[in-house]
Every structure is written in structure tokens, then in C-alpha cells.
Design a protein around this ligand. Structure first.
Ligand code: ADE
Length: 417
């Protein structure tokens, strides 16, 4: 039985899902093929993803391919209740997701999807696979493999493999070029600014905008913040990434140095307690804090709660913390990923590529699982290229082909200066 907040929101959800569909040409073309060929016939799938309009379009594609889908949320604050309602009413998809779910309900939903006995898991952050191996091992024997959508999840899965507890082969969809170069960069860049702006309506121009982490997400965010006229400061722990930021024209310093200077702080590191008590103690009155990494552990929220004499919700998705010395710090989206908690996540046209990879990797797993070992696998290159080809075709962009002479040249070594 599905578990959603409000079935009456279904028609509103349908409108938004259909609108997102118009921006997802690659997934639409996969849908058309899946509907004819039914390559996923007989498969039970347990996707644990952000329940957004884009995810809804992936779910309809997987069902068009013949799969039976049991969907749960991968974050308590990212669920769009109208989308969840539409999935149940208009697409007959068994959906377990409620915006604002507490921890118990969040895991109850994950367990409901595990109850269905999935053949393939589809995680965004690895909470479903973690639950499977920690609490639901009786369901493992039916699982043939899984996919993982995000960097944080891939890091957890690699740690599982290191510890010898990875239960099934998993494809790291995040690592496809047509995923992270676009979704992490342009998607996170735009949607994080969107989330901060919706939560605060603050003008980014002229602000000192501190970004912790210069991975693909941090880079995308820096690019967009610079474009809005912010003075971007990056903090890093990786010397190569720090150097890249410097050579991209961005000021790099430590968090300790940035703390008293920054107006807005955004964490995108995938790590824990990146902005800590000692930093928050130095921040000036009015500083805005946000996180766009997968988990809400990047800002030391327990310290923030502890330091505050008062906490007040002053706008949707914005809490004001008053410190003992009278300073006020503002936290967007409860420190959860601000692009999904306070906005709508990445736009459909970029999720088009990420979710095309998910659909094609699901088909790949079904066809190849017998040859796979319990490892974290990259997305097969032909899938990655296929997604890029389809996206370019949908944009009406043609590219050149290698001539015979060029093919020969590239495979030879004799010709030099
Ligand atoms: N992750 C980031 N943005 C997303 C979206 N719009 N839908 C699903 N997952 C996402």
C-alpha cells in the first residue's frame, strides 16, 4: 500500500510531471523503446530517490519497460507531495514518500520497498542498500544488482567493498561523464543558488559567498555564484582542487580565515562537520548557512543549536538562530540539501541525462548480472556515449566523424614532428 501525504494533490502533480517530461527528450526516447521491447519485464525495482517530477518520469519509463516499481524517498525534505500523489493516482506506482517525514517514517518507507523483494535497487545516497545489509539480509538473495546516483553514495559503496560487505554488483551512475559533468556541475550550480534565493530572497551580487568543496558540485556552484556577481571564496582540503580554484580566478583560504569574512556559506563536500562551532563563533551577524551536500552533517548543527539562545522559523525554509552575544545566524533548509529542500532540485533537462543512465543501467544489469561480481562498476562507456548522442540529437546538434585517415593516425605512433 502506498504511503503519501495528500492524494488530492495528484492533478497538480500530474501537470508538473508532464511539464518536466517536455524537457526530458532522452528519457522519452528510452520510454518509447522500452514500451515496445519491454526489456525489464518481470523485474521488481526498489528506487530510493528524491521524489520529484523528474524522478516520476524515470518511474514511468521503468514501468513502460515492464518493471514493477516500489519507490521511496532518499531524503525526508526532498519529497514533492504533489508528485508522490500523482505517481499513485495517475501512474499506479507504489510510492512511499512524505515531505517532512521523521527518521522512523523515512526508514519505514525504505523497509516497505524492501518488503516488495526487489531484484534491483536504485539508491541516491545508499540508504536502501545500507538498510538491506544492516537489517534486512533475508531479502538479499533476490537482489541481482543496483545502481547509485550520487557521489556520497558511491563513496559509501566503495567503503562497503573495502570492508568486504558489498552485497551485490552496483553501477556507479554518478561516475558517468554524462551524469556528473552536467548534473553535479550545472544542476547543483543552478539549483543551489535557486534554493538559497527562494529561502532568503537575498541578493547574491556583492556578497562574499563561501563554498566548501571544489568538486564538480562546488565548481558548478562557484560558476553560477560568480555569474550572479558574488565574490566567491573556496575552502578545500585537496591541494589539486584548491589549485584549480585558484587558477579559475577564485580566492582560496581556510574555513577559519573565511569564517569572519563570508556572508553566505554553502557546504558541498560530502564530509562531516565542515563548518564547526569554532567557525560559527566568528561569523558576523546576518550570516547565512546552507548545505548542498547529500547529508545534513556538513554543518555542525548540534553546535548551532547549542550556541543559540533562540531559534525561530522566520520564512519557509529559513531558521534564525540568535546567539548569546546577539548575533543572528540564518540556516536555510534545516541544513539539508538546500537545492531540494528549499527549491525543486536540478532542472529536468539535466536530470534527463542522469536518469537516462539509470534506465539504461537497469537494463544492462538485467542482461549482464550473471557476469558481474560484487564490485562497484562504472557505467559502460557505450551507455555514456549513447546518452550524449541522444541529448545532442534532441538539441539538433551535429558533430563530425573521424575520417579513415584520422582513425589510422590515432592508432599509430610512427608520425611525429
Ligand atoms: N537530485 C537533484 N535534483 C534532483 C531532481 N530534480 N530529481 C531527482 N533527484 C535529484
Amino acid at each position: 500500500m502506498p504511503d503519501i501525504a495528500n492524494p488530492e494533490l495528484a492533478d497538480q502533480g500530474l501537470n508538473r510531471i508532464e511539464y518536466a517530461w517536455t524537457e526530458m527528450p532522452v528519457l522519452r526516447s528510452i520510454y518509447d523503446r522500452f514500451e515496445k521491447e519491454r526489456p525489464l519485464e518481470g523485474l521488481v525495482l526498489a528506487p530510493c530517490l528524491h521524489v520529484t517530477t523528474e524522478t516520476a518520469n524515470l518511474m514511468r519509463t521503468l514501468e513502460a519497460g515492464g518493471a514493477k516499481v516500489h519507490l521511496c524517498a532518499s531524503n525526508p525534505l526532498s519529497t514533492q507531495d504533489d508528485t508522490a500523489a500523482a505517481l499513485v493516482k495517475h501512474f499506479n506506482i507504489d510510492t512511499h514518500a512524505i515531505h517532512g517525514a521523521d527518521r522512523d517514517l523515512y526508514y519505514k518507507h525504505i523497509n516497505s520497498c524492501i518488503d516488495a523483494g526487489p531484484h534491483i535497487t536504485m539508491d541516491d545516497g545508499c540508504d536502501l542498500v545500507t538498510t538491506l545489509i544492516q537489517e534486512r539480509t533475508e531479502k538479499l538473495s533476490g537482489v541481482i544488482g543496483g545502481t547509485e546516483e550520487t557521489t556520497t553514495g558511491v563513496v559509501r559503496l566503495r567503503a562497503m567493498a573495502e570492508d568486504g560487505v558489498l552485497p551485490v554488483p552496483i553501477i556507479a551512475v554518478n561516475d558517468a561523464l554524462t551524469k556528473h559533468l552536467f548534473d553535479n556541475r550545472y544542476g547543483t550550480g543552478q539549483s543551489t543558488c535557486d534554493g538559497i534565493i527562494r529561502a532568503t530572497n537575498v541578493l547574491l551580487a556583492g556578497k562574499k559567498f563561501v563554498i566548501a568543496g571544489y568538486g564538480w558540485c562546488g565548481r558548478g556552484l562557484a560558476m553560477r555564484a560568480v555569474g550572479q556577481g558574488a565574490h566567491v571564496i573556496v575552502t578545500e582540503i585537496n591541494p589539486v582542487k584548491a589549485l584549480q580554484a585558484v587558477m579559475d580566478g577564485i580566492t582560496v583560504m581556510t574555513m577559519e580565515e573565511a569564517a569572519p569574512i563570508g556572508d553566505i556559506f554553502v557546504t558541498v563536500t560530502g564530509n562531516i562537520n565542515v563548518v564547526r562551532r569554532e567557525h560559527m563563533e566568528k561569523m558576523h551577524d546576518g550570516t547565512i548557512l546552507a548545505n548542498s551536500g547529500h547529508f545534513d552533517c556538513e554543518l555542525e548543527l548540534t553546535a548551532l543549536e547549542d550556541m543559540a539562545v533562540e531559534k525561530k522559523r522566520i520564512r519557509n525554509n529559513l531558521d534564525m538562530y540568535t546567539m548569546k552575544d546577539g548575533r543572528k545566524l540564518f540556516l536555510a533548509g534545516e541544513g539539508r540539501l538546500v537545492n531540494l529542500a528549499a527549491a525543486e532540485g536540478h532542472p529536468a533537462s539535466v536530470m534527463d541525462m542522469s536518469f537516462a543512465n539509470q534506465a539504461l543501467c537497469t537494463e544492462y544489469l538485467k542482461n549482464n548480472y550473471k557476469e558481474l561480481e560484487t564490485q562497484v562498476y562504472p557505467v559502460p562507456e557505450d551507455i555514456d556515449h549513447k546518452v550524449a548522442d541522444l541529448k545532442l540529437a534532441s538539441m539538433g546538434v551535429q558533430i563530425d566523424e573521424l575520417t579513415q585517415q584520422q582513425i589510422k593516425y590515432l592508432s599509430s605512433w610512427q608520425e611525429g614532428t
